[in-house]
Design a protein. Structure first.
Lengths: 309, 298
């Protein structure tokens, strides 16, 4: 595995910034024939319909009342009252929806920030501080990337219940603080982007190791840190198995668990259909905006580390 | 090396690597060890009619034997493997084609299309499953009414189609993300290569086959490995669709089976054995794939 995944031969000056590569692309693009261009655009358009269709449907569905949801075509707006529906979502069951959103923000926000700092420090250490057994340690961490998260959830539950942490915030938060992938990425990035000479110079100036890390290194490793942060944030936000196993108190649920708890009883309480649809739409909008507007960072981070080889 | 490690360095190593190592040990190594330990234990009942106290006894590999001889669990393993064999290549091919199309498209539209394809990655898996679950439900789904209108009878939730309906959800969610990884790799290809190819009179198709595809190979390998790991963990999608489809049993996937053993049947030991087996299968497949790729590289 290490032969394919490692190979930290990346160098920071090598990767093209978006503007640079844009220029390169213009230069290299040769004029293509009109039919070919139509074919390419048609292919892309069909794919776009596929990816956007469910989003369109849920926007339409969220504007309907419970009767119209089943009675009218799912493709057309009919007597829309989106705001009233969303108001119902926000106020149902003494605004438990807002509490779920808050919980998700807490788990993902705290979890991803701490995980990022911890793994960037770890990756920097593995890149710049030679010590005996370093490669072995790194390989153990790398193997952690391969362990399916859901295979860990059950034993974690048993461990947590032994120490009385089940059904607390910590049961979800603690496992979210670890990102083996983050350490892997941070190590590759640090060996490429943090020059030894800068560290040595700072040491000669008498700066302590921790000061060097927090004032110099962290800034140089920012692109990798942002990528780790995004991956971890989305990973925690989307995680379902871990909170499902750990939490029984509705008030601790993240939004994913909460919405499923509505859906699972909607055959008995049909009004929850509408709430599930509206709640799903509400929760997904900010995420989609964030994902699309932060595309640049996903790209930068991925070219940086994981993909080089 | 060791001589250079002064006391200050040692402290720094401890400070930088310590927190991660500690968390890694507590939330990954310890659970794995605990799962293996639990999987070797069984519950023994004592007293009259076995209703007295219960206590754990060492049973060796009995739980593994039980898991591997349970038709439901073995079928669930076969199911996710079948799923992986079909869905993973399908999605990777789709992602590669989309990336190449984007690479060839006129610049004006690229941002819109790329964003549209990547958008579903922002939708949590369970919410994507809720969404598609609605689109699979007769009466709610405009897809089914459209199909009925042209005289087609579709059933997304039947026993023959449900696995592929789940495959569709996973593909919808992750194809765009994988596309983005490949696009990133395409962008980092040296422009000189394309110029040289143009001078040699290579067609667009030849450029794809002999430059682009070989150059994005590492990205494809990486996304394939992560996809395989994700696929064998299939859990949320079938769990969410279960109330809608009678075809999804309580041991439809290995994870679902372990979850049910633990929380419905209170058989933690068997659940632990199933979790360990699942992790082994995931690792075996990922390493096997990497080995295969490495060998054909030489």
């Amino acid at each position: 595995m290490s032969t394919t995944l490692q190979q930290p031969k990346a160098s920071a000056d090598q990767d093209p910034t978006p503007t640079e590569s844009g220029d390169l692309r213009k230069k290299r693009r040769r004029p293509t024939s009109v039919p070919a261009r139509i074919l390419v655009t048609a292919g892309l358009a069909v794919a776009a319909i596929y990816f956007l269709f469910p989003v369109y449907w849920i926007v339409v569905a969220a504007t309907k009342n419970a009767g119209d949801l089943f009675g009218t075509s799912g493709l057309l707006f009919n007597n829309p009252h989106l705001l009233r529906n969303l108001g119902d979502v926000l106020t149902f069951n003494s605004s438990i929806y807002l509490r779920w959103v808050g919980n998700s923000l807490l788990y993902s926000g705290v979890g991803s920030v701490v995980a990022t700092v911890v793994s960037v420090a770890g990756g920097y250490c593995l890149a710049k501080f030679p010590f005996r057994g370093r490669e072995a340690v790194f390989n153990v961490f790398l193997a952690g990337v391969m362990i399916p998260g859901t295979a860990l959830a059950l034993p974690l539950f048993l461990l947590m219940s032994n120490v009385g942490l089940v059904n607390t915030v910590w049961a979800v938060l603690l496992p979210s603080l670890v990102s083996p992938f983050g350490v892997y990425l941070a190590r590759i990035y640090a060996s490429a982007a943090v020059p030894d000479s800068v560290i040595e110079a700072a040491r000669l100036d008498g700066a302590g190791e921790f000061r060097i890390f927090f004032t110099l290194v962290l800034r140089m490793m920012m692109p990798a840190a942002v990528t780790v942060l995004l991956f971890q944030f989305v990973g925690i936000w989307n995680n379902y198995f871990l909170p499902l196993v750990m939490l029984s108190d509705q008030k601790l649920y993240p939004i994913t668990l909460g919405l499923v708890s509505w859906q699972s009883v909607s055959d008995r309480h049909p009004e929850l259909y509408q709430l599930t649809i509206g709640g799903a739409l509400l929760s997904v909008i900010p995420l989609m905006i964030a994902i699309v507007s932060l595309q640049r960072f996903w790209r930068a981070g991925l070219t940086e580390g994981s993909v080089k080889g | 090396m060791a001589t250079k490690t002064s006391a200050g360095r040692r402290l720094a190593i401890l400070g930088f690597l310590g927190p991660f190592a500690l968390l890694f040990a507590a939330t990954i190594i310890l659970p794995i060890g605990f799962a293996i330990y639990q999987s070797l234990l069984g519950v023994e009942h004592t007293g009259p009619l076995g209703r007295g106290e219960t206590h754990s006894v060492f049973v060796g590999f009995a739980n593994y034997a039980a898991a591997l001889s349970s038709p439901g669990f073995v079928a669930s393993l076969g199911r996710v493997l079948l799923f992986a064999v079909i869905q993973v290549p399908l999605m990777i091919v789709l992602a590669t084609v989309l990336a190449l199309l984007l690479d060839a498209a006129s610049a004006r539209w690229v941002t819109f299309f790329r964003s549209a394809f990547f958008l579903p990655y922002g939708v949590p898996g369970v919410i994507a499953s809720l969404l598609w679950g609605f689109l699979y439900t007769p009466g709610l789904s405009p897809l089914i009414s459209l199909a009925n209108a042209v005289g087609l009878n579709v059933d997304f939730l039947g026993s023959g189609s449900i696995l592929w309906s789940i495959a569709n959800i996973v593909t919808w969610q992750f194809a765009g993300y994988n596309m983005l990884v490949i696009v990133a790799q395409l962008k980092s290809i040296d422009a000189d290569l394309f110029e040289a190819a143009a001078i040699d009179g290579a067609s667009a198709w030849q450029t794809i086959v002999s430059i682009k595809l070989p150059m994005v190979r590492p990205a494809i390998v990486l996304t394939t490995v992560f996809t395989i790991i994700g696929t064998v963990q299939l859990f949320g999608e079938p769990l969410i669709l279960r109330p809608l489809s009678g075809a999804i049993t309580s041991d439809y996937t290995p994870n679902l089976s372990a979850y049910n053993e633990a929380f419905a049947n209170n058989n933690y030991n068997l659940a632990a054995a199933e979790s360990v087996l699942l992790a082994l299968v995931a690792c075996a497949f990922s390493f096997g794939f990497l080995k295969l790729v490495n060998r054909s590289e030489r």
